[in-house]
Design a protein. Structure first.
Length: 367
């Protein structure tokens, strides 16, 4: 397995653990708060019942009223017990239900009930009042909450997992490509270096070997420069400066003498090193694609045209659609296109391609 995939799996597993623990903790805390609030309400209702018992117990016909009150509670699936001394006035508590302490949660017929026990009065007149209310709806609500968190968690895992995978792939793939680019010139340098060390070579061969070493060293430098540019882009490092378009295009003309340049722009603002990298990549692609290349700068737009083979419609749509981070497929069809999009985006500019068999291919950078 590739290193970046191992790193992705490690990061994703850590994300899953943190996400699921967070959702579980959030759900548990929500249920705990709901349960505490419900228990407080049940305690208040038990106290209200106790006050009612205290007011009726000594009144004429009070016990009959308590019995009638108990029947009303029972019809609403609320179970009470009122006993004064050794006399039990009302008892609708289910048999076999034990209450531990003054407040407890008990199970009856597979459903949870909150049971609160207290007393009213003093001495021989004190009465014990037990109030038991069904709170199974709280647990049903907790199950619904857990289901909602589960669905949310799965959606987040899918979305964040995909985003993390694509992000890490985009970070590591250019590094892999550059590693391959570094390997070739290093191999050439090593080969010619060993050839020179042999000693028995002609002056002409020595000159040729030196020429190739310089060429490959320049290639290495360009690759390292691109790597540094990519690092700055990843970190968002950009230094805005005023740059003369005429000077920038003259420099491109020196690098690519075959191109034709038409400039009608003056000063632009941007990171000069990044702008040079942008122009170099796009012009290099154009030079590799066609025999004739024209760079035109006017009206806040830089156009780079070549007369090479036109870009197929599917690929053209792909390039114009993926303005942020084109995939490796786009990179293979034109070196540095993904890097160019990042530079353009960082400056707040726009870039798009136009291509047809009759007119050739033009990439436009709207500044």
């Amino acid at each position: 397995m590739q290193l970046w995939k191992k790193n992705y799996l490690a990061a994703y597993v850590l994300f899953l653990v943190i996400l699921n623990l967070s959702l579980l903790l959030l759900s548990t805390m929500g249920f705990k708060n709901d349960l505490e609030t419900r228990m407080d309400d049940v305690i208040k209702r038990q106290q209200q019942l106790a006050y009612t018992v205290e007011g009726l117990i000594d009144a004429e016909g009070g016990e009959d009223k308590l019995i009638y009150l108990g029947q009303g509670y029972y019809r609403n699936r609320i179970y009470i017990n009122v006993s004064c001394g050794e006399r039990t006035i009302v008892n609708h508590l289910p048999e076999g239900v034990g209450i531990a302490g003054n407040a407890d949660i008990v199970t009856y017929k597979g459903e949870r009930h909150a049971a609160v026990m207290g007393q009213t009065g003093t001495g021989e007149d004190d009465c014990h009042v037990v109030y038991m209310e069904n709170i199974q709806d709280l647990y049903r609500g907790q199950n619904r909450r857990l289901l909602a968190f589960l669905v949310t968690g799965l959606l987040l895992e899918a979305v964040i997992g995909s985003m993390l995978y694509m992000t890490m792939k985009k970070i590591y793939m250019p590094i892999n490509n550059i590693a391959h680019e570094l390997r070739t010139p290093l191999t050439v340098l090593q080969g010619y270096g060993q050839y020179i060390q042999m000693g028995r070579i002609t002056e002409e061969d020595r000159f040729f070997a030196g020429e190739q070493i310089v060429k490959e060293a320049c290639s290495l430098r360009e690759t390292v420069d691109r790597l540094l540019v990519m690092g700055n882009l990843r970190e968002g490092n950009i230094k805005y400066q005023r740059a003369d378009m005429e000077g920038l295009l003259e420099e491109m003309k020196k690098l690519y003498p075959c191109i034709h340049v038409e400039n009608h722009m003056g000063i632009i603002e941007g990171d000069v090193s990044l702008v040079k990298c942008l122009f170099k990549n796009l012009i290099s692609n154009a030079v590799n694609a066609g025999e004739h290349v024209t760079v035109t700068a006017s009206d806040h737009c830089v156009s780079i045209w070549n007369d090479g083979k036109y870009i197929e419609k599917q690929k053209l749509n792909y390039l114009n659609r993926n303005h942020e981070f084109p995939r490796a497929k786009a990179e293979r069809n034109g070196y540095g296109i993904g890097l160019c999009y990042e530079i353009v985006k960082l400056h707040g500019w726009k870039m798009d391609y136009e291509s047809s068999e009759e007119k050739g291919t033009t990439v436009k950078i709207r500044i």
